[in-house]
Design a protein around this ligand. Structure first.
Ligand code: NDP
Length: 602
C-alpha cells in the first residue's frame, strides 16, 4: 500500500538517522568549556587593531541621566528613542574608538549584513537613509551607525575607548556609580546595558595555541597591517603567505573567498560545514525610495518577522533565503505535496526543511568540482540548527588550486605547533592563523559583558542568577537592581533580525524612563513577585533551543543549543516561548495600560 512518504525524493528516516549520527559525532562532554577565554596570555587577541591607544584624559566623575553601556545598534537605538522622549543627558560608554559595536569590531574582509539591509539597518526613516544594496557591506553599516549618532546628537556626551569595569548601585543617592578602565567614577540615574549577545571573541581550547610562532589574530580584530587590503578585500600582502582559517561559521564564509583569492595557500579547517545558500545581492533600485510610504520600514521589518514566525503574509516583501523555508512549507501545503494534508504540521515543517537542505547539499555538488571536497562541505543537520549562510563565492573558492579544505570529521583541530596546525596527525605548516571561532555565548552574563553589576544588597547579578537562575521581568528589570535595564533576548524575544528586538527594547527603556521623569519619580525596579511570575512563564513556555524550537537538542552542537549539552536546570535564560510577535504585542499592551504593572516605583 502506498504511504505518504512514497512520493518523496528523499528518505526522511535515513536523513533523520544521518542527522543524529552527525550530531553524535560532535557532542562533547566539555560543552562551552572547550573554548578559551580571551584573557591573560591570550588578551592580545582582543586588542583593538583599528585605532591607536587612546590619548590620556582626566577621569570623569560627572552625572548623566541615562548611561548606555555599549555604542552598537542597541545603545544607539536606546539613545535615539530617549532623545525622542526628550530625556536630557544621555551618555554612551563604548570600548571601541567609534560607535558601531559589532560593525566596528567586525571589519574583516567580506563583512556584510546577512539580513536584508532595508530591515536590518535601524532608523532608516528617521535618518532619511536608503541603503545602497540589498545586503550592505561593513563600511556602509558602520557609517550608518555614525549617521544615527550624529542625527540624534549622541556623540555629544559619548565616552569612547573606555571599558566599564563595574556598576554599583548607591541606594542612598539612588544613583549608579559607573567605574571604568580609564579611572572614571561617573554617576547615572539610569543605566541600560546594550552589551550585545556576541561580544567577547573566543578561541578554541586546542593544545599549543600559545606556542605558535607565526602571526595569529581573531576575525573580529582583523590585522590589515599584516594582510593588506580592507573590508572590501584586496589582501595584497598575503601573496607569499600560507594562511590557516580555523572555523567555518558565518564569519569564515564571508572572509574565506578573500583569503583564497590572496594567499599563497589557504587551509580551511572545518569542524562542521555551514549551510550556504545563494546571496542574491543587488544594488538598490533607483526608484526604490519613490515607492515608500511613511511607516514602510516598520511594516517591512514586521512582514519579515511574521513570515519567519510561521505566519504567511500576502506579500513577502523581503523574499530571500530566510523567508524561503517558510514559503516552501506553505507551498507544500497548498499543493498537497508529500501527503501534506495527512501529516501533522510539525512533520510538514520538517519535510520542507529536509527539502531545502537537500537542495543546499545539491548546490555544493553543483559548485565544488572535487567530489570528496564537495562531500565534506555538505551540511547534515536541519536548517536553523546553525546560523544559515548566504554567499556566492564561498563554495567556488574550494575550486582554487591554492585552497585546501581540511575536514576534521567533526573533531576539530587536534593541536597547534610552533609552525602550523595539526589534524589527524598531519601538520599543515602555515605563516598565519585566522581564528574564525566566534564569540562567547553560554558563559556568565557578567563575564560576557566584561564587568560586575553590584545591586542594592551588594550582590552581583551573576551571584543572583547563578544562585537562583535568571530572574527578570520581561528580560529587562531585575529585583535588587533599580533603574537598570538589560537589553537582550534572554527572557525576552528572539528574532532573526536582531535590530528589531533591540528597537523594541529601546522603545521600552525610553517609555519607562519618560514615565518616571514626567512623574517626578526616582526609582523603578521589578517586584520580587513579578519577576518570579515572569521567569516561571519563561520556563513553562520554553520551546527548547533559541527562538523556540530552533537549535533544539536534536541539532548538531553550536551556540544555538548550548553546544548540544542539556542545561543543568530549568531554561531560565530562554527567550519567551510564545514567540517574538506575541512578546512585542504584550509589551505594547503593557505600555498602553500605563500602570507599569510588576514594577515598583519610588
Ligand atoms: P560561529 O560561532 O558561528 O562559528 C565558529 C566556528 O568555529 C564554527 O565553524 C566552529 O565549528 C568552529 N570551531 C570552533 N572550535 C573549533 C575547533 N576546535 N576546530 C575547528 N573549528 C572550530 O562564529 P562566527 O564568527 O562565524 O559567527 C558568529 C555569529 O555572528 C553568527 O552566528 C551570526 O549570528 C553572526 N554573524 C553575522 C553576520 C552577518 O552578516 N550579519 C556575518 C558573520 C557572523 P562548529 O560549528 O563545529 O562549532
Amino acid at each position: 500500500m502506498a504511504g505518504p512518504d512514497d512520493d518523496l525524493p528523499f528518505d526522511p528516516d535515513a536523513l533523520r538517522a544521518r542527522y543524529r549520527a552527525e550530531r553524535d559525532k560532535r557532542l562533547r562532554a566539555d560543552g562551552n568549556d572547550q573554548y578559551l577565554e580571551v584573557a591573560g596570555g591570550l588578551a592580545r587577541f582582543a586588542q583593538d587593531r583599528y585605532a591607536a591607544a587612546p590619548a590620556p584624559r582626566a577621569p570623569l566623575t560627572d552625572e548623566v541621566d541615562v548611561l548606555l553601556v555599549g555604542g552598537g545598534f542597541g545603545g544607539l537605538l536606546a539613545g535615539a528613542r530617549l532623545r525622542q522622549a526628550g530625556v536630557g543627558r544621555v551618555r554612551i560608554v563604548e570600548k571601541g574608538a567609534q560607535v558601531g559595536g559589532t560593525w566596528y569590531w567586525n571589519q574583516y574582509p567580506g563583512a556584510q549584513c546577512d539580513i536584508e539591509s532595508y530591515i536590518y539597518l535601524p532608523l532608516l526613516e528617521e535618518t532619511g537613509y536608503v541603503p545602497t544594496e540589498k545586503y550592505a557591506r561593513a563600511r556602509e553599516i558602520l557609517a550608518h551607525a555614525h549617521r544615527i549618532a550624529d542625527h540624534f546628537d549622541l556623540h555629544r556626551d559619548a565616552v569612547l575607548q573606555t571599558e566599564v569595569t563595574e556598576l554599583v548601585w548607591d541606594d542612598a543617592a539612588a544613583r549608579w556609580t559607573v567605574r571604568t578602565n580609564r579611572g572614571d567614577a561617573m554617576r547615572a540615574k539610569y543605566v541600560a546595558m546594550a552589551t550585545g549577545p556576541l561580544h567577547r571573541p573566543k578561541l578554541p581550547g586546542v593544545p599549543g595555541i600559545d606556542e605558535f610562532e607565526g602571526h595569529a589574530f581573531h576575525t573580529s580584530r582583523w590585522d590589515y597591517e599584516y594582510t593588506g587590503g580592507g573590508p572590501e578585500g584586496g589582501l595584497d600582502r598575503l601573496g607569499s603567505r600560507r594562511v590557516a582559517v580555523i572555523g567555518t561559521g558565518a564569519t569564515a564564509v564571508q572572509c574565506v573567498p578573500h583569503l583564497g583569492a590572496a594567499a599563497e595557500h589557504l587551509y580551511v579547517f572545518q569542524r562542521t560545514p555551514s549551510s550556504v545558500d545563494e546571496r542574491g545581492n543587488a544594488p538598490t533600485p533607483q526608484d526604490f525610495a519613490a515607492h515608500l510610504a511613511p511607516g514602510w520600514h516598520k511594516a517591512r521589518v514586521e512582514n519579515f518577522n511574521a513570515i519567519l514566525s510561521g505566519l504567511p503574509q500576502e506579500t513577502d516583501l523581503v523574499d530571500d533565503g530566510w523567508t524561503d523555508i517558510v514559503n516552501r512549507m506553505v507551498a507544500i501545503y497548498r499543493e498537497g505535496r508529500h501527503g501534506a494534508l495527512e501529516r501533522p504540521f510539525a512533520e510538514v515543517l520538517e519535510l520542507a526543511n529536509m527539502e531545502k537542505m537537500e537542495e543546499l547539499r545539491a548546490r555544493v555538488d553543483a559548485l565544488v568540482e572535487d567530489p570528496a571536497t564537495a562531500e565534506a562541505l555538505k551540511p547534515w543537520y536541519a536548517m536553523f540548527c546553525k546560523r544559515p549562510c548566504f554567499n556566492d563565492e564561498y563554495l567556488p573558492t574550494f575550486n582554487r588550486p591554492n585552497v585546501t579544505l581540511v575536514d576534521t570529521a567533526g573533531k576539530g583541530v587536534e593541536r597547534i605547533t610552533r609552525t602550523g596546525v595539526v589534524v589527524d596527525g598531519t601538520e599543515y605548516p602555515v605563516d598565519c592563523i585566522v581564528f574564525a571561532t566566534g564569540f562567547e555565548v553560554g558563559t556568565d552574563y557578567e563575564r560576557r559583558a566584561g564587568f560586575r553589576v553590584v545591586g542594592r544588597d551588594g550582590r552581583t547579578l551573576t551571584e543572583k542568577w547563578a544562585a537562583d537562575g535568571m530572574r527578570t521581568l520581561h528580560g529587562m528589570h531585575s529585583h535588587g537592581y533599580p533603574n537598570l535595564f538589560v537589553m537582550g533576548m534572554n527572557q525576552g524575544a528572539w528574532t532573526a533580525n536582531y535590530t528589531q528586538l533591540l528597537d523594541e527594547a529601546a522603545t521600552q527603556v525610553a517609555y519607562v524612563v519618560d514615565h518616571l521623569e514626567s512623574h517626578g519619580l526616582q526609582t523603578v525596579e521589578a517586584t520580587r513577585e513579578a519577576e518570579e511570575d515572569w521567569s516561571r512563564t519563561i520556563v513553562e513556555h520554553a520551546a527548547g533551543g533559541i527562538g523556540g524550537g530552533i537549535g533544539g537538542s536534536d541539532c548538531t552542537p553550536g551556540y544555538y543549543n548550548n553546544e548540544g549539552r542539556e542545561l543543568d536546570g530549568p531554561p531560565w535564560a530562554a527567550p519567551y516561548g510564545g514567540g517574538s510577535i506575541a512578546f512585542f504585542s504584550m509589551m505594547q499592551a503593557w505600555r498602553d495600560a500605563g500602570d507599569l504593572a510588576g514594577l515598583a516605583l519610588g
